[in-house]
Design a protein around this ligand. Sequence first.
Ligand SMILES: Nc1ncnc2c1ncn2[C@@H]1O[C@H](COP(=O)(O)OP(=O)(O)O)[C@@H](O)[C@H]1O
Ligand SMILES: C=C(OP(=O)(O)O)C(=O)O
Ligand SMILES: [K+]
Ligand SMILES: [Mg+2]
Length: 581
Amino acid sequence: MAMIFKSMSASTSDLSFVRQSCISGNPSLDLKNRAFNFGFCCKGEEKWKVKYGVAKVRATVELGVKKGSNVALEGTLGLDLVSEGELMVKGFRGLRKTKLVCTVGPACSSLEDLEKLAMGGMNVARLNMCHGSREWHRDVIRKIKKMNEEKGFSVSVMIDTEGSQIHVVDHGAPSSVKVEEDSTWLFTTEHFEGSRPFTVQANYKGFSEGIEVGDELVIDGGMACFVVIEKTGNDLHCKCIDAGLFLPGAKFSCWRDGKLVRRNYKFPTLSTKDWADINFGIAEGVDFFALSFVNHADSVKDLKNYLSSKSPKSIKVLAKVESLESLNNLEEIVKASDGIVVARGDLGVEIPLEQIPTVQEHIVRICRQQNKPVIVASQLLESMVEYPTPTRAEVADVSEAVRQYADALMLSGESAIGSFGQKALAVLDMTSSRMESWSREENRQNLLNNHKLGASLPDCITEQICNCAVEMANKLGVDAIFVYTKHGYMASLLSRNRPDPPIFAFTNDESTRMALNLQWGVVPLLVDLSDDAESNISKSVELMKSKELINKGDVVLVVSDVAPTRTTPMALQSIQVKTII
Ligand SMILES: Nc1ncnc2c1ncn2[C@@H]1O[C@H](COP(=O)(O)OP(=O)(O)O)[C@@H](O)[C@H]1O
Ligand SMILES: C=C(OP(=O)(O)O)C(=O)O
Ligand SMILES: [K+]
Ligand SMILES: [Mg+2]
């Protein structure tokens, strides 16, 4: 029995719903009265396929999917469920290039919610070790891994360290507290239980070192502002000069004559707790560490050295740029890291808010020059923590990050504690897809400057091959780029040029696959690769064809890199253009 129906108006999530239900063998799949804008056919009871671009004929059907049938996991293509679904529905050009990171918190930590986020396009799940117990995080990581394994998702896991920073541990109230103009407050390290009005407790004894009478304390980048009126010992007596709010765990910066006062705390970038969290991450097999409050490249190098001796798999290290110091050492930090997080939350405490946009643009540019993935983070859709729609300004901010060709966007509180996490993810998805297609139409990637990376001849050859491959792919308007990669390097060099078509990166290394989830425009696939490059190419083309992911007439540009062997004693890097017949 073959069923075919074709009709109008629905979204990818409907398709995802259908696929998901098939995989979990949900017999109560209810397709009645649901309309779709893609064709759909079910051959026999167990197999089904989706084709895009078919005629619009309205119909409703019921699907007889056998309970427990394993439809999406057949074959060995190693393409994740979500990319496959998107590709079928939207075609090559419809694949979103910008990657999406969601912070997992109490609002989205159930298996069901994690699956919805994965379906909605979450590429990387971030766990912030500032919050929650290690047991809580372990439970979430295991759920994600189980979901990947059993349902065909490919969501990477990132652990974000707590790091050390001065903040307020108590301000006399359990949640936020209002600060009225002219009210006077005591900032102290004296430990007290319960609440004491107009008293805030700092977490570090030397918190007031270098602060003088007349200095201004700016809370959380402008939530409230105080002037220091008296200093007794380590304690500061302050008067509020700009009313606002004190949030739990608020942070502050000190200003004198309109300039930030730099105070030299000797906090280690990685505290004892952070090292314990890193060991925990290694044991749980996470894919990324995001290192908070990196000031120098050395702390990144230390962690990378530690991981190379202690972790059985490759784990990438991202540096979070969120201090003034890190901006001064930016190039060295970018060079030492596997990627960067523009952590605008804390950055906004350390530098004037109005400088954030230019600093962000600068960091994104440096990262692309150095070929390192970059995540733009914090407050992208902050109002969606409470409301179901974003502000127009937030949508404009997201669009700007996409226009700058950042690799990834990140949700924090929106997904961790917000009531509309899935909706916020959908806003990122839609907004980035729209800006990407506009950028393609405008040919904006021509504006990227092609910074030369390689010094040695082999490196220069690889880089040139990738630059030229992208130029060719764009000019020829090919449907897809295929690349075969062990460590992801060639895939990243292609991604750096922000090509029009998607980059399908075939790798036989699971950690490379998970790392590439963060890279702009790359769809990673886990496959068996042999030493024979030609056979790898023909096998993957055949597999894609058999799944009707590529069709007759499609043009694919293939970039391959063959290491010398005993029989062919020379390295061979090539660009081939294949027309599918
Ligand atoms: N694992 C967690 N458990 C509880 N709350 C969390 C967790 N992760 C994040 N949150 C909440 O989400 C908010 C936003 O997350 P994030 O931006 O990562 O942290 P922060 O605001 O501390 O920098 C946090 O303030 C916190 O209230
Ligand atoms: C991403 C950030 O770090 P965290 O949420 O851990 O403070 C930030 O400060 O913007
Ligand atoms: K953190
Ligand atoms: Mg931060």
